[in-house]
Design a protein around this ligand. Structure first.
Ligand code: MG
Length: 453
């Protein structure tokens, strides 16, 4: 093509074709002034049959119906009645996310087209130049999920249809059986098995056995730290876990799949030895053996034991997953969907997992909102390499705040099949449960040293 043709983006042959077919738009485009050319812009084919829809407002709704702060982004549009909601829940720093959305992303989004989700994600991601981190990722997630919700509503389809359609009948889930003693854990495992759960996570006490340690720690006696600080004795925890597995296997049989979360609370070499000791009870997976600061221990873990490993809920950026997945250093991807930036980036990691047969196990605690759980479920249904989904049973208050909340039957999560994410928020109900600023992740050793969660 000649220079003039390159600039106008049209070749002599195209021009001749337009003239012979009498394309008025084509002729106008060729010979009209630049201003007139802009006015006659042809509607892109992706919106054929659908009028363009613009973002008119971005609002935040914060609520805590179960005590945990939940942050929801609501995108309103130029089409009357059309809106979308997304999860932006960073429980521990909720007000920081609210500020990020209200003071920065709202202005960034208003006036833009709702259609181009990938472009919105890519541009929002670099809009602060310095990127990443849970505050900004959660804010972007709220936008991203809300746009997927809108796209589903416009298409008249649940979001999983837009992601490729169903790969399975429903979302298989694991339940949490914890208790202060191994006997209490056994009772809870049996209760969930009776409800039809095939996968159950077992924990004695809080993570690392917090709350069940018999000893009074020296740091408390010395008045070190605050009254709220929790105590964990790493040796006690390490010796208890195999005993708990042994009792559950003996009393509940071999068929139930057992999971456990170390929650990064012991030394890396101790985690490796503990996981090796659990081999005989063939866990479905052991979660979070190392904190993100200790990722290079994975190679030694893989050389020592073949127990399946789940990892990743603290990762901030999808690039953090790449090398460890390419090296097959873990088996289950623990994405916290709002922490990673929403459905758009989570789908990329899920698809990467397919190449290496690494399965998904999205993070689904009570401090992922029901909107975030819905986003989890739509990916779970559409990703071939789905593994298992963490479940959370919402109380009545949360169900009233979030119409269309997930339910469970025979160990499966049942989602609302309405177009979009299939979940809504009742703002009046939400306003009844204001959020707070308190979070407590301070856990100490006997001498007061902080343990990384
Ligand atoms: Mg975990």
């Amino acid at each position: 093509m000649k220079n003039a043709e390159i600039q106008s983006g049209i070749s002599r042959r195209d021009a001749m074709k337009m003239m012979t077919t009498g394309s008025a738009a084509g002729l106008l485009g060729l010979f009209a002034s630049p201003q007139a050319r802009a006015e006659t812009k042809v509607t892109p084919s992706y919106t054929a049959g659908m009028p363009p829809v613009k973002i008119t407002d971005v609002r935040v709704i914060a609520t805590a119906p179960e005590g945990s702060n939940l942050v929801i982004v609501k995108i309103e549009t130029s089409e009357p009645g059309l809106y979308g909601i997304g999860c932006a829940t960073f429980t521990q720093r909720a007000f920081a996310v609210i500020t990020a959305v209200e003071k920065y992303l709202k202005e960034f989004c208003v006036g833009k087209d709702v259609d181009n989700i990938e472009d919105m994600w890519q541009s929002a991601y670099v809009s602060s130049y310095w990127r990443n981190g849970p505050v900004l990722n959660n804010a972007i997630s709220g936008i991203d999920e809300a746009l997927w919700d809108i796209k589903g509503k416009r298409a008249g389809m649940p979001v999983y249809q837009l992601l490729g359609g169903k790969c399975r009948i429903a979302v298989d889930c694991y339940a949490h059986a914890s208790g202060p003693t191994p006997e209490a854990v056994v009772e809870n495992v049996q209760r969930f098995m009776d409800q039809g759960f095939r996968h159950i996570r077992i924990q004695q006490g809080g993570y690392g056995g917090v709350g069940t340690m018999e000893k009074q720690p020296d740091f408390k006696a010395a008045g070190f730290g605050t009254d709220r600080d929790q105590f964990m004795d790493q040796r006690t925890y390490i010796s208890r876990v195999p005993k708990m597995f042994e009792m559950v296997r003996k009393r509940c049989g071999e068929d139930v799949q057992l999971l456990h979360d170390i929650h990064e609370r012991i030394e890396p070499i101790d985690a490796i030895n503990l996981i090796k000791a659990l081999e005989t009870y063939h866990p479905y997976f052991i979660e979070d053996p190392f904190s993100p600061e200790n990722m290079l221990w994975f190679r030694q873990l893989r050389n020592t034991t073949t127990v399946p490993i789940a990892m990743g809920e603290l990762f901030n950026n999808i690039n953090e997953f790449r090398d460890y997945m390419v090296e097959r250093l873990f088996d289950f991807i623990r994405i916290h969907i709002s922490q990673i930036g929403g459905i758009t980036p989570a789908m990329k990691v899920a698809r990467l997992g397919e190449w290496f047969n690494i399965r998904t196990a999205w993070h689904g605690p009570g401090d992922t909102s029901p909107v975030g759980h819905a986003a989890n479920a739509h990916i779970d249904l559409a990703a071939w390499n789905f593994g298992i989904q963490e479940s959370h049973f919402w109380n009545e208050k949360a169900q009233a705040v979030f119409p269309g909340c997930q339910t469970y039957k025979n160990g499966y999560m049942i989602i609302n099949e309405a177009p979009g994410l299939g979940i809504d928020i009742d703002e009046k109900e939400a306003a009844r449960y204001p959020i707070g600023t308190m979070s407590n992740w301070t856990v100490r050793k006997n001498d007061g040293t902080i343990i990384r969660p």
